[in-house]
Design a protein around this ligand. Structure first.
Ligand SMILES: [Cu+2]
Length: 285
C-alpha cells in the first residue's frame, strides 16, 4: 500500500485516537459525575430501574455523539479549503469494510438495547410481586397481598385520591406509607390526563372510562412531585401537587384524620368503582 497525499489513513488514525480518549473520559463522566443526578432518582424500585436505564443509554450514546463531534471538528479544521480551489476527490463506490463495521456496530447496539429493555421490563414486574403497569394490567383482586389501593381521580385541573380500604375517603393530598406496595388505579372524569409521580418513577395515562393500573413501593421518606403530564386544557400547567411518603404509623394517623375531616363529603360520593361517569350538569352544580 503506497502512501500519498490522498491516503485517508493518517487522518482516520488521528480521529480514532482523539475519539477513543475523549470517549473514555466522556463515558466515565456520564456514569460517575452526571449519573447520580439522572432523573427520576431512586425513591422506588421502579424509579431506580429508570434511573439506571437512563445512565446506560446515556453511556452508550456518549461515544456516538463524541465520534460525530470529533469528526466534525477535525473536518472543519484539517479539511478546510485553503488557497486555491481544490478538485473533488474521486467518487467512491462501495466500501465493504466500512459497510460491515457500520452494519455490525448498529445491529449490536440496537439488539443490546432491545435485550436490556426486555430484561429490565420483566425484572421490574417481578419486583412488584406480579402486578404490572399499563392499561387494565391488574385487577383489584390480583393486587399483591397487603398492598394499598389508591385511586387517582383526575379532572380539569386537579388530582384527588381515593382510598377504598379506608371507607372510600377522597383526599386532595396524596400520602403513602413507606415500604408498602401501592397499587394506583388511575382514571379521569373528563379529558385525558396523565398521573406522573416523578420521583417514584410512575407515569400513567388517566383516561375517562378506563382503570389504568400501576404499582410502586416507595422506599424513601419525604416528598415527591405529582404533575399532570398530558396537555389537558388551559390550566394544565397548574395541575400539580406534592405527595408525601410517611412512616406506616404516621400514615395511619394521617388517613384517620382524613376520614374524620372528609366524612361530610364522603357521604355524598358515589360508591367506590373502577371508573365513574359523572353527570356533567350535576358536577357543574
Ligand atoms: Cu391534566
Amino acid at each position: 500500500m503506497t502512501t500519498d497525499a490522498t491516503d485517508p489513513a493518517p487522518d482516520l488514525r488521528r480521529i480514532a485516537v482523539v475519539w477513543v480518549v475523549l470517549s473514555v473520559i466522556g463515558v466515565l463522566l456520564v456514569i460517575f459525575a452526571l449519573g447520580p443526578h439522572m432523573p427520576p432518582g431512586s425513591d422506588s424500585a421502579q424509579a431506580h430501574e429508570q434511573h439506571e436505564a437512563n445512565i446506560i443509554i446515556s453511556a452508550i450514546l456518549t461515544p456516538i455523539a463524541i465520534g460525530l463531534l470529533v469528526y466534525f471538528a477535525y473536518a472543519l479544521t484539517v479539511f478546510r479549503q485553503r488557497g486555491e480551489l481544490i478538485e473533488d476527490g474521486p467518487p467512491i463506490h462501495g466500501n465493504s469494510r466500512l459497510q460491515g463495521i457500520w452494519l455490525i456496530s448498529t445491529v449490536t447496539i440496537v439488539l443490546f438495547l432491545a435485550a436490556y429493555g426486555t430484561y429490565a421490563l420483566y425484572a421490574t414486574d417481578s419486583n412488584a410481586a406480579g402486578a404490572g403497569g399499563g392499561q387494565g394490567a391488574t385487577l383489584i383482586s390480583a393486587a399483591p397481598a397487603g398492598s394499598l389501593q389508591v385511586q387517582v381521580v383526575s379532572q380539569q385541573w386537579q388530582f384527588t385520591f381515593r382510598y377504598p380500604q379506608y371507607g372510600g375517603v377522597e383526599t386532595t393530598q396524596l400520602a403513602l406509607p413507606l415500604g408498602r406496595t401501592v397499587v394506583f388505579h388511575v382514571t379521569s372524569l373528563d379529558v385525558i390526563h396523565s398521573f406522573w409521580a416523578y420521583q417514584l418513577g410512575v407515569k400513567v395515562d388517566a383516561v375517562p372510562g378506563a382503570d389504568n393500573v400501576a404499582d410502586v413501593t416507595p422506599h424513601t421518606l419525604g416528598t415527591f412531585n405529582v404533575r399532570c403530564a398530558e396537555l389537558c386544557g388551559v390550566w394544565h400547567g397548574a395541575m400539580a401537587t406534592t405527595g408525601l411518603v410517611l412512616t406506616p404509623s404516621a400514615f395511619s394517623s394521617w388517613i384517620a384524620q382524613q376520614r374524620i375531616k372528609n366524612a361530610p363529603a364522603t357521604r355524598h360520593l358515589p360508591p367506590y368503582h373502577s371508573v365513574y361517569y359523572p353527570d356533567p350538569i350535576e358536577r357543574a352544580g
